[in-house]
Design a protein around this ligand. Structure first.
Ligand SMILES: C[S@@+](CC[C@H](N)C(=O)[O-])C[C@H]1O[C@@H](n2cnc3c(N)ncnc32)[C@H](O)[C@@H]1O
Length: 222
């Protein structure tokens, strides 16, 4: 087996063959400017362990380091923004978990290199929280979350849009995946009770949260 294949069974069941680094880099070079824009959004819809997201994050963070290395706060905010612009879906839970871990490790290594002793565990928790929402275990075809056996549940895939709305506050707006891709407006009756979704003239979104960027995931406000 090569690093690109975990097992013949997984290839047969899920078409799981990871893309080699050389091809990843060459494909990212086709959209080089976008990969170097801190807040440009990318979705890897069958992300595996995040081969493309990892390369894009590394490129974005190189830009963040260059521009913001002199201010810890500016570095933290912009590197968080870079992470928050990346989305992934994979049907296998171990792949989604490995992808989150891979992206966190890339971000954290850079954070340590740039901010050294001023690194904060609060910011690390915020980044982990963003990754827990952005990298999803689900079915990219049915656009539903899956259970431990990879079977569709009734829960739609939801993605969070992140944006700084003031100096320290970041806003999260949740949207259903199918709506982002197709512009579909799901019937409210189809949505599970816990979403409490509502509609605006701009489309259906589920919920908005605002909190300090260092406190994501601490309370319900994240
Ligand atoms: C060819 S691999 C590509 C992985 C990664 N994008 C890369 O380039 O290294 C395909 C991936 O799709 C996942 N997959 C298969 N069916 C899927 C589905 N219906 N929804 C989401 N992911 C799926 C597999 O688990 C596998 O990780």
């Amino acid at each position: 087996m090569t690093d690109q294949v975990k097992s013949k069974q997984r290839v047969a069941d899920y078409g799981e063959v990871f893309t080699a680094e050389r091809e990843v880099k060459a494909m990212c070079d086709l959209v080089k400017d976008e990969t170097e824009r801190i807040d440009s959004r990318f979705l890897e819809p069958a992300c595996g362990e995040g081969a493309f997201l990892a390369e894009i994050l590394a490129r974005k963070l190189a830009v963040v380091r260059k521009k913001y290395k002199r201010s810890v706060t500016d570095y933290e905010k912009n590197s968080l923004l870079a992470v928050s612009s990346l989305y992934g879906v994979d049907i296998l839970a171990d792949n989604a978990a490995a992808c989150r871990e891979r992206l966190f490790d890339i971000w954290n290594a850079e954070y340590k290199a740039v901010c050294g002793k001023e690194c904060s565990d609060d910011v690390r928790r915020s980044v982990r929280f963003v990754l827990s929402l952005n990298i999803i275990c689900g079915n990219g075809i049915s656009m539903r979350r899956v259970d431990d056996n990879g079977n569709d549940t009734e829960i739609p895939i939801v993605f969070s849009e992140w944006a700084f709305i003031s100096d320290m506050n970041i806003q999260r707006s949740d949207y259903t995946f199918d709506e982002l891709l197709n512009g579909d407006r799901p019937e409210n009756d189809d949505m599970p009770d816990w979403f409490g979704c509502f509609e605006t003239d701009e489309g259906t979104f589920l919920k908005k949260y605002v909190c300090d960027y260092r406190k994501l995931g601490v309370t319900d406000n994240g």
